[in-house]
Design a protein around this ligand. Structure first.
Ligand SMILES: [Mg+2]
Length: 445
């Protein structure tokens, strides 16, 4: 480690590299200083570096160790989902720098550890037409790799080609298949700029659950129930199994579905209703014995506080790169703890976000597990070099590094350069165009 004059440490630059296929788009952040040490952060998966780059002029010249001071200065520029990625990613990079400057791991900066190892739960998808047994076998493989909690996609995507299972305004399902195939259980496929700029695709994806007019017939519910029965038949009933990506259907149908699921003892059902619709979430939670979970798109602790006050959830799954960063995630977990709510940390990004989330999860009282999407990406773990040279995930757990900052000594330039997003070329290029961005940054007069 370089000897650091902490008092005179200053931020000099912020740069980015956009990686593709890990398994989604990741934007890596490097914050540089006047003393050679660098902090690593990341913008939320499938987001945009602009959300971080626009903050450059607001942080240049500041001491990165004053993490909370800088967070308070920039947090007005974040918002929910991907728009929280700039503020959150910079906060993570600042904590990495503070840890490196003082020679302590991030978990220590957050108050110390509740555990040395963080359980990783593994998300699994099987693309294309398949059966519950196929999914069960894919999940079983994860168990054989050491994973002790599982999640799968389950929803209306499975019903698209099953006659008589879905009731919707005629033509709507055909439009979904044509313009928004990525929301039909194709998790690995991130939203592309084509999809976002195509009006039909954008409109379908942004039609919220109560407004699509989609219903699931009894035959459809039978189909989904039989799918889960097949999955449980392969993996057994002892391992926790959560589900996600149900699709945009109204809360009434979600309740019918959830009741069918009770006998399969799901760990949770995720984002069945947009997180903003508290009345509907409350109704769902109180209509079924299956735990209800939301939170990956929520920015800052205040919105989580309202979710708890309105008794909407049993589990939250905040993303460290949307919620405001590591310190905010710790505060959110503490609020959840006071309300008897567990935390399953959402994570679909690179080892930088994974380690940041693992440090924070180690410092939480009420964490269930940390998500992992990249089992099938062989180069994911090689994107960074750890100080201790160890593995990031081993046999379904992360041993949280005791080395400074996030525990990342350097980025693996060779691996990252081989996976640069073709649509966003460049590798930690100059960001001088953001040096003088300015506005009167106050929220009152
Ligand atoms: Mg999710």
């Amino acid at each position: 480690m370089t000897e650091v004059d902490v008092k005179n440490l200053k931020i000099t630059d912020i740069r980015f590299a956009d990686i593709d296929g890990a398994p989604k788009r990741c934007t890596l952040i490097k914050i540089m200083t006047n003393q050679g040490i660098e902090g690593y952060g990341e913008v939320r998966d499938a987001s945009s570096k602009t959300y971080a780059a626009m903050l450059k002029s607001r942080i240049i010249g500041l001491n990165p160790c004053n993490v909370d001071y800088i967070f308070h200065k920039i947090k007005q520029f974040g918002f929910h989902s991907r728009q929280g990625g700039g503020v959150s990613g910079i906060e993570v990079a600042l904590l990495d720098l503070a840890g490196k400057a003082w020679g302590v791991p991030v978990w220590q900066l957050l108050g110390g550890k509740f555990r040395d190892k963080v359980r990783v739960y593994c998300d699994t998808d099987v693309d294309g037409k398949h059966t519950g047994r196929d999914m069960g076998l894919a999940l079983k493989k994860r168990m054989e790799q050491g994973f002790t909690m599982l999640k799968m996609d389950l929803g209306i995507g499975l019903l698209m080609d099953e006659p008589g299972t879905i009731c919707a305004p005629l033509g709507f399902i055909d439009d979904m298949k044509k313009y928004a195939p990525h929301i039909l259980n194709v998790q690995g496929g991130s939203v592309t700029s084509d999809m976002v700029s195509h009006k039909n695709s954008y409109d379908i994806v942004n039609t919220a659950h109560p407004f699509t007019g989609i219903h699931i017939t009894e035959k459809g519910l039978d189909y989904l129930e039989d799918y889960v029965r097949q999955v449980r038949e392969v993996i057994g009933y002892e391992v926790p199994l959560a589900i996600d990506h149900f699709g945009h259907v109204c809360v009434e149908d979600s309740i019918l579905f959830a009741r069918r699921m009770e006998k399969y003892r799901l760990a949770w059902i995720e984002d069945m209703v947009p997180w903003q619709m508290h009345d509907q979430l409350h109704r769902l939670k109180h209509s079924t014995a299956v735990p209800v979970c939301t939170g990956e798109d929520i920015y800052l602790k205040e919105e989580f506080k309202k979710l708890f006050e309105d008794d909407c959830v049993s589990i939250i799954h905040p993303d460290i790169l949307t919620c405001g960063g590591a310190m905010e995630l710790k505060k959110i977990a503490d609020l959840a703890d006071e309300n008897g709510v567990a935390v399953a940390v959402h994570m679909a990004e690179s080892p930088i976000a994974c380690l940041a989330a693992a440090h924070t999860a180690a410092a939480m009282h009420n964490v269930l597990a940390l998500e992992f999407h990249s089992v099938d990406c062989p180069w994911w773990k090689d994107m960074v070099n750890l100080y201790d040279g160890g593995k990031i995930i081993d046999n379904g757990f992360i041993t949280v590094p005791d080395t400074p900052g996030l525990g990342i000594e350097s980025l693996n330039d060779e691996v990252l350069k081989a996976h640069i997003n073709k649509d966003i070329p460049g590798y930690f290029e100059s960001t001088d165009e953001w040096n003088v961005e300015f506005s009167n940054d106050r929220l009152w007069s």
